[in-house]
Design a protein around this ligand. Structure first.
Ligand code: ATP
Length: 240
């Protein structure tokens, strides 16, 4: 296997006195999709925020592309090639689809690269091309999620951190969006770290999974093995 592109070691993050991440370690290799599973409040979002620089860890190391990045400001983390697509499709509702996409490229001044990335986004999400002049707030929930992912792609990331892309979407739309994520992974070799409560969809997509409980990783393994584990079946896949 290749060397990891992202290594997280013994990271702890706090909200005031509350320790939300309690010594988390994990690896993501180039071209992998890694899923982080866990119930509400397990610390999944906090982990992504800590990697993307939205939160500073109190302890531990985050190594990306052989450089320590813990505590760097978010825009510097984006420049290193890490893009965070937050939960809840935070698009700018009064701006057009095109303007939202342009914002995703805010760290770049290379027009050729920006045009290339926009074409790439439109090739994976043709509906965004059709709606490029439309205000983002008028898009459906699924289209807004596509825009949030497309905006992330505009930063030419080496890794995408995706927070609950399935949230609030119909099973059919989840299937469509996860199918596009799979294609981005296989065709563009896009590395992804995916946080999900939808364990079925996440393990179907990922090669490796980690399970979080109360700020800790309590289990990890190959996605197909995790899928068969009794604990995962009972707690996350709703099988009694
Ligand atoms: P969810 O799917 O509900 O977002 P999660 O696994 O992503 O769950 P986090 O959002 O990372 O979990 O939350 C981890 C812990 O940190 C929880 O106990 C939560 O209550 C707490 N927490 C999250 N955000 C804040 C905040 N802004 N202030 C204080 N505590 C917070």
């Amino acid at each position: 296997m290749t060397e990891p592109i992202l290594t997280i070691r013994n990271v702890e993050s706090f909200y005031g006195p509350i320790m939300a991440i309690r010594g988390v370690s994990l690896d993501v290799h180039v071209g992998q999709i890694v899923s982080i599973l866990g119930a509400n409040g397990a610390g999944k979002t906090t982990l992504l925020k800590t990697v993307s620089g939205v939160m500073d860890p109190e302890k531990g190391k985050i190594i990306f592309d052989d450089q320590e990045i813990q505590g760097l400001e978010p825009h510097k983390v984006v420049q290193k090639g890490i893009v965070h697509v937050p939960e809840g499709r935070e698009v700018f509702p009064l701006m057009t689809v095109d303007e939202n996409l342009s914002l995703g490229a805010y760290t770049s001044s290379n027009k050729g690269q920006i045009d290339h990335d926009r074409d790439l986004v439109f090739s994976y999400f043709p509906i965004l091309k059709d709606r490029r002049m439309q205000e983002a707030g008028t898009l459906s929930g699924g289209q807004q999620q596509m825009l949030a992912i497309g905006r992330g792609l505009m930063a030419s990331p080496k890794i995408m951190l995706l927070d609950e892309p399935s949230l609030g979407l119909s099973p059919l739309l989840v299937q469509e969006i996860f199918g596009i994520l799979k294609r981005l992974n296989t065709e563009q070799n896009m590395t992804m770290m995916l946080v999900e409560q939808n364990a079925n969809a996440a393990l179907d997509l990922a090669r490796h999974g980690y399970v979080m409980e109360v700020g800790r990783i309590v289990m990890d393994g190959a996605a197909d093995i995790l899928m068969q584990s009794d604990d995962i079946q009972n707690f996350y896949l709703g099988v009694q």
